[in-house]
Design a binder for this molecule. Structure first.
Ligand code: GRF
Length: 220
């Protein structure tokens, strides 16, 4: 059974979905630690309320990114974390961190990478006039919003969309996508092959996953 560490900076809705999937037994893993760089992150209370161990490593207390990341790595190692999930963790990771957990850090991004890395990506998608955007779970390498892709969900952009409505729709798919991706990682079904991953899935399992990710016409 893998030990998962979740890193957050804010609301923690993706974190909550990952915790649900672990506590229900759907993902055979346990959350060993929820860590935030912000003491006031809302998600910390959510995690505490569920009896999950939490930690705060305030980035303001370190004079460099490397110093901060070294503290985070230490906390994760101390909690014997095998897999790290970034879930709205608003910090760029230094090589110190990425190398310490090589190919074991997952991130969720609210666009179809490699399109629209960075911030305000839902607005970027609207500005570009694309008809579809979505979300991506990928393994983290040393570039920002970059690394081998595990799973993606495609989300339509509707004519009346604002940044807010599109963000909401994409978020509802993030909540399905992240647990599916973590499940595959914890089952050892994701192998890194250079810039890509290979998923060890039967066609049936692959179809089941894709079916969970098809837009059902909801307009949240
Ligand atoms: C999500 O949109 C995620 O894709 C991005 O930050 C947001 C975090 O939301 N990286 P939450 O804290 O999980 O609610």
């Amino acid at each position: 059974m893998k030990n998962v560490g979740i890193l957050i900076s804010g609301r923690g809705s993706n974190m909550a979905c990952l915790l649900d999937a672990m506590s229900s037994g759907r993902i055979r893993a346990r959350c060993a630690l929820v860590l935030s760089n912000r003491p006031d992150a809302q998600g910390l209370d959510l995690a505490r309320g569920r009896g999950i161990r939490t930690a705060v490593v305030d980035h303001k207390a370190s004079s460099s990114r490397e110093e901060h990341d070294a503290k985070v790595v230490e906390a994760l190692r101390e909690a014997e974390v095998d897999v790290v999930c970034l879930a709205g963790y608003m910090r760029l990771l230094s090589p110190v961190f990425v190398r310490a957990f090589k190919d074991r850090i997952l991130n969720i991004h609210p666009a179809l990478l490699p399109a629209f890395p960075g911030l305000h990506v839902q607005q970027q998608a609207l500005d570009a006039g694309v008809r579809f955007s979505g979300c991506t779970v990928h393994l983290v390498d040393e570039e920002v919003d970059h690394g081998p892709i595990v799973l993606q969900a495609v989300v339509p952009i509707l004519p009346a969309d604002s940044e807010e409505s599109l963000s909401r729709r994409i978020l509802s798919y993030e909540h399905r996508l992240y647990p599916l991706a973590l499940e595959l990682v914890c089952e050892g079904r994701v192998t890194v092959e250079g810039p890509r991953t290979r998923l060890d899935l039967t066609p049936e399992r692959y179809r089941t996953i894709l079916e969970c990710l098809i837009w059902n016409g909801d307009t949240p």
